[in-house]
Design a protein around this ligand. Structure first.
Ligand code: NAD
Length: 336
């Protein structure tokens, strides 16, 4: 029987061959690099490998560790039935020609620390990592995960010299997932039926928006008291700290790693997902020159459109206050 021809390129490729994100042959493998093979990076790499559409390169400064995790993930292939090639490296040659690079390198929070306490250490790490990945993969979309998130997006953007559409930050997907979880738990409804929007910087000034948070299409303002909505919004804003205080040795990684993988999916499969992403605003929402989380259309090549929703005066004031928190970190970095 004659097979169906899916592509003009062979399905089994050589080690360095891959297809650009959203390219003509979307049934072929993409190439994704994850820098930082710690908690978040490992989950991100695992999730992408499991989905079987991309080969993954895991990079870390710790010798042997990314190689060991990569081999472990390769050996998961036969168990779960995926064929992604996963390699580990301590340098960047292996990452050449990546379509998407996820930057998770840096230190994570410990109890009593805010994300902002990580500023100085992670600034240096994110700058050097960005320069190294862009030298090998000038066409990649960079997804920054390292904290403090929005400030690290500024560092990566400055170091990368890429268009802003291709230097973006993961936070809103996670923050919205936290809000969705708390709403679903409160109402005893399916997680997948809850949609939420959380804007602003990835810190305790983030702005959960109840008006745009729905259960099966019904705004939660119809289903819950104002007090309960306020309590869940506050728990969302402190969602990261709640996990840090329980773990005691680090910060959350399952939901963050999966949130980064969701963004990789959107880019590689050109899904045009509408999700909150940290992006450089240039006048939208009255904010200029700052990375802040807002809804965007995410697909091949990164951000295709920043979506400006009409906010109430209070919502807009909260978003602008949150952007001021990002600005104070950007200003602080200039003096470090
Ligand atoms: N944006 C978000 O929503 C979000 C969510 C969770 C965590 N984070 C942040 O992500 C980062 C990673 O968190 P984690 O829990 O995986 O931490 P982790 O300590 O488990 O992993 C960080 C890894 O980075 C590596 N690293 C350090 N310097 C490096 C360099 N120069 N090059 C390559 N690798 C380097 C370390 O060796 C380590 O393996 C932290 O900054 C954390 O605050 C962000």
């Amino acid at each position: 029987m004659k097979g169906i021809v899916l592509s003009s390129r062979p399905l089994v490729e050589g080690p360095n061959e891959h297809v650009p994100a959203g390219g003509k042959y979307s049934l072929m493998r993409a190439k994704v690099t994850v820098v930082g093979a710690g908690n978040v990076g490992s989950v991100t790499a695992q999730e992408i490998a499991m989905r079987d559409y991309a080969d993954v390169v895991l990079v870390d400064i710790v010798e042997g560790m990314p190689q060991g995790k990569a081999l472990d993930l390769m050996q998961t292939g036969p168990v779960l039935g995926y064929n992604s090639k996963v390699t580990g490296a301590n340098s960047y040659e292996e990452t050449a020609g990546s379509d998407v690079v996820v930057i998770t390198s840096g230190v994570a929070r410990k109890p009593g620390m805010s994300r902002d306490d990580l500023l100085k250490t992670n600034m240096g790490i994110v700058k050097s990592v960005t320069e190294s990945v862009v030298a090998q993969s000038p066409d990649a979309v960079l997804i920054v995960v390292s904290n403090p998130l929005d400030a690290m997006c500024h560092v990566a953007f400055d170091a990368a010299g890429l268009p802003k559409e291709r230097v973006i930050g993961m936070a809103g997907v996670l923050d919205a997932a936290r809000f969705r979880t708390f709403v679903a738990m409160e109402l005893g409804v399916a997680m997948e039926d809850v949609q939420a929007l959380v804007l602003g910087g990835h810190g305790d000034t983030m702005v959960p928006l109840p008006r745009f948070t729905t259960v099966g299409g019904i705004p939660i303002t119809e289903l819950m008291s104002e007090d309960r909505i306020a309590a869940l919004s506050e728990r969302t804003a402190n969602g990261g700290a709640e996990i840090v205080s329980l773990l005691k040795t680090g910060s959350a990684y399952y939901a963050p790693g999966n949130s980064a993988a969701l963004m990789v999916d959107a880019i590689v499969h050109d899904k045009n997902r509408v999700v909150p992403v940290s992006t450089l605003l240039e006048g939208e929402y009255g904010i200029n020159g700052l990375y802040v989380g807002v809804p965007v259309k995410l697909g091949a090549g990164g951000i295709k459109e920043i979506i400006e929703v009409k906010l109430t005066d209070d919502e807009l004031a909260a978003l602008q206050k949150s952007s001021q928190a990002v600005k104070s970190l950007v200003d602080a970095m200039a003096n470090l």
